[in-house]
Every structure is written in C-alpha cells, then in structure tokens.
Design a protein around this ligand. Structure first.
Ligand SMILES: [Zn+2]
Length: 480
C-alpha cells in the first residue's frame, strides 16, 4: 500500500508583532522529512511504501504569511496529485492552531483542498496537538483525528503510532470512516489543562476506558487555542467509530464525554504554583534550596510569544545587592545576538538588550562579558533535531546574572538545551525560562517552580482576553 505522509505545525499567536514566514519554518523535504516525524518502525513493513512530502515545523510564532502557507500547501497538494492513481491513504501530523493571513486556519484549508482532490472516502489520518482548534467540517474531512493525551506532550510518539496503526487497519480492511465531533461552550488556556492535574487526569482515564470498547476506534479531548481570535476557538471532543455501523453510538459517546468534562469546568485551574511577578521574585530569592525555576508565563514561547520580554530581567537588575545566582534562558533580541556573536569569548561590551518594541521589551543598558557562543538545540520531546539558531551567553558586570541571548523564540525545555548555552544549571539559584507550565525535566530538577503571572502576549487570565469572533455563551468569558 502507498501512504503519503506530511507534517505541518504552527501555533499562531496574533498578539506578537512579527509574522511567520519561511525564515521561521524548520523545513525538510522528501526523505529528510521522515527523521522529524517520529514515525518509529511502523511503516517498515515491506508491503508499505511511504511517500514523504515535507515536515514544516514553525513551532510557535505569529500569523503565517499567505505566500509561506501557499508554498507549503501546494507542495503537499502537488504530491497528492502526482500519486493520486495509486495512493491508498494519507497520514498528516498537524498542530491545529495555525492561522494564515486572508485564509484563517491553515490545517482546515489544507484538509478541504485535499478532499477536493481525493474525494470523500480516501482514508486520511491526522495526529494532532490537543491545543488545536476544530470545526465539524475539519473533523469530518479526516477519517481519524486523535490528539495527544498528555500535556506537557510526553506521548507524541505513542499517539502517532496509534493513529498510523488505525490508518493501516482502515486501508487493509477497506473501510471508510467518519469521526463525530461535539463542540463545547468552553475556552481554556493550555496552562489550565495539564494532564497530571484534575480534571484532566481522571478524564483521560475515562477516555481510555471508552477507547477499549471495540465499537470505538478513538476518542480524544481537544483543548483548543486562544491566542488568535477566531470562530473555531473553544474546546471539543472527537469520537471515531471503528465501523460506520457504530456511528450513532460514537456520536452518543462523544456527547457523553463532552457533558462529563463540561460538568467539571469549574475544576480547571492553573497548574502548579502561581504568583504575581513581584511575589514570584521575592519568594524565589528567599527560598533556601536551589534551583528555583521561574516561568515568565506572559512571554511563553511554547504558546507563540516572542520570548523578547525584558521585564523579568529588569526585575532582577533592580535588586540591589542580589545574592543569588540567576540564569535567564533566554531573551530573544536578534540584533544584539548577531552583534555579540561576531565578538570573541571574553570580550567586555556595553549593550542595550531588548528589542524596544513596547513597554515589556524595554532595553536594558548593561555591561557584559561574553561567556560562551553556541547553537540552540532542538528538543527530544517535540521531535526537533538540528540547529535552532545562534546563542550568546553573557555575564552582567557587577551582578550575579547570566543571560542567554538568541535571535529567535525557541524554547529551552530540556537540560541539554541549557548545557548547549555553555553553563551548568547546578551553578544557579534561580533559572528563568519562557514557558507557561514548567516542562518535565525542569520540573523534576527544580526544588521550587513558580509560574510568574507576567504580562505579555500569552496572559494567563482567559477572562481578560478581548474575543469578538468566538461562539457565545462561552465559559469562563460568560458566566454559564
Ligand atoms: Zn500543545
């Protein structure tokens, strides 16, 4: 059998001033794309011929430009057209939270265009992030769409394996399947839906039980994405029957699960320990053990923020006689990064750190010594390999503060990424990262982890976001 495979991921935060263009996309084409798709050995079967098209990973960024998206989409569509005569199925790894100029959701557009070419019945399997937005049309354009269960996303390879197995079965058994979908009157930020916490912990077990039923192929929870205003925003449930004779049953289970989680909506909360920015610093400084991780949650690059905010840096610079060793990983300032990268290690310079676009990226005038120059590493967790751009680690003169400066908003969620900054995380009392919820390796390392409720492109209080296009009523915007 011939299966075409492609991956396209983007969380498009419309509150950041930059647009997402090809420069922001880690792109690999053809066979090279497979290395980034976490497919495991599932397709090693001699019966199966893979047609890899591309892996376009834009991670978290701004709204994508139309030419950029059109290039990626056309590359996929042209490959489908070329292979249409002997294509048995399509596997897509899509995020679900993209947003494209003049188009809206990129994934929804892509699926619509694919169906125009392949017709209504060709099996299409989609593995997706739970932080993507759905519509009935999008879901019904898939034969199976299933999200990762865990947030943080520690089960991406398992989800891909599960979805691809179902696709192979569908093709082997000659089945055409249509999923069922229930949209909820509920909108959540990712930081409120963490799988180790209630209500998601027990709800995932509830979904796992339903998935054991042979009439059900899969059922999944979709948190949605709220960093761009669109009618698709909000939570949802997808339930896929194992055979179309169980379609009505799947629909029933889908609604049942939707009612179950909606009835528990008041249990959603910020995970972990959250504090207002001033209190977060106070508590980190007075804490006896180390390290303490502080997440700058308003500038969460894993949710599309620019990672350019200097607010927390200024907080530390303003402390007189700071006795704790602090590492900030990282601050995105392309101009400063590029200038520093040209200098020798050990050079002492005066820099203006910060992009100076708004009050949160105010420049810091500091004297620094260059400690290290290196390259950012990808993450195991998100299947990223290779080089993610330059970094320069500097030491602030007269203060026990080290800062990693980058030219993009890549996240630092794993230890090897901190190692790649030429520093040892055991040397620091306080480490600041640009995340919302703290990621697993850092959570395990941190003796204390504080989510600082900073301002920025990714504010944590959903009720304060000005939505115009979403369905109403919508909890917690509306009191339902
Ligand atoms: Zn996600």
């Amino acid at each position: 059998m011939k299966i075409l495979v492609a991956k396209f991921t983007l969380e498009a935060n419309e509150h950041v001033p930059m647009k997402c263009d090809m420069n922001n996309v880690a792109l690999s084409l053809g066979k090279d794309a497979i290395a980034h798709m976490q497919l495991g050995d599932l397709f090693d079967d001699p019966d199966i011929e893979l047609i890899p098209v591309l892996c376009a990973d834009a991670a978290c960024s701004g709204v994508m430009t139309k030419p950029c998206f059109t290039y990626l989409e056309d590359t996929i569509l042209n490959k489908i057209k070329e292979n249409l005569k002997d294509l048995d199925g399509i596997y897509l790894h899509l995020h679900g939270a993209s947003f494209v100029e003049e188009i809206g959701s990129g994934e929804h557009h892509l699926l619509r265009e694919i169906r125009k070419i392949v017709g209504p019945y060709l099996p299409i399997a989609v593995a997706c992030d739970p932080h993507g937005n759905l519509t009935k049309e999008y879901v019904e354009n898939c034969s199976i769409i299933r999200s990762y269960r865990e947030a943080p996303h520690t089960d991406i390879p398992e989800t891909i394996n599960f979805v691809c197995k179902q696709l192979i079965n569908m093709i082997r058994n000659g089945k055409s399947i249509k999923p069922t979908y229930t949209k909820l009157s509920m909108i959540l930020g990712g930081e409120q839906s963490v799988s180790a916490d209630e209500p998601i912990y027990s709800f995932n077990n509830y979904l796992n039980e339903i998935e054991k039923d042979e009439r059900i192929m899969s059922i999944s929870w979709h948190v949605g994405y709220l960093r761009h205003d669109c009618p698709e925003a909000g939570c949802g449930i997808v339930c896929v029957p194992s055979d179309m004779k169980y379609y009505d049953y799947a629909k029933e289970m889908c609604e049942k699960a939707a009612n179950e989680i909606f009835s528990r909506r008041h249990e959603f909360h910020y995970t972990g320990y959250t504090l207002p920015p001033d209190k977060a610093i106070e508590e980190a400084i007075s804490f006896d053990d180390k390290p303490v991780f502080i997440t700058d949650s308003g500038d969460n690059v894993t949710s599309g923020a620019m990672g350019a905010n200097t607010f927390v840096l200024h907080q530390f610079l303003n402390i007189e006689n700071l006795q704790k060793r602090v590492l900030i990983a990282a601050i995105n300032d392309p101009k400063t990064c590029q200038e520093l990268y040209k200098q020798e290690i050990g050079s002492k310079l005066h820099i203006e750190l910060g992009m100076g676009i708004d009050k949160l990226t105010t420049k810091a005038n500091i004297d620094v010594t260059i400690k290290y120059k290196g390259q950012q590493e990808g993450t195991f967790m998100y299947g990223e390999h290779g080089n993610y751009g330059p970094l320069v680690t500097v030491e602030v003169e007269g203060k026990p503060i080290d800062i990693v400066i980058t030219d993009n908003n890549h996240s630092f969620v794993e230890k090897h990424q901190i190692d790649a900054c030429g520093v040892d995380w055991d040397d620091y009392d306080i480490i600041i990262v640009k995340q919302g919820y703290i990621h697993p390796e850092e959570k395990a390392k941190g003796k204390l982890c504080i989510m600082s409720l900073t301002d920025g492109a990714t504010p944590q209080d959903t009720r304060l976001i000005d939505f115009k296009l979403i369905m109403r009523p919508m909890y917690p915007i509306d009191n339902i």
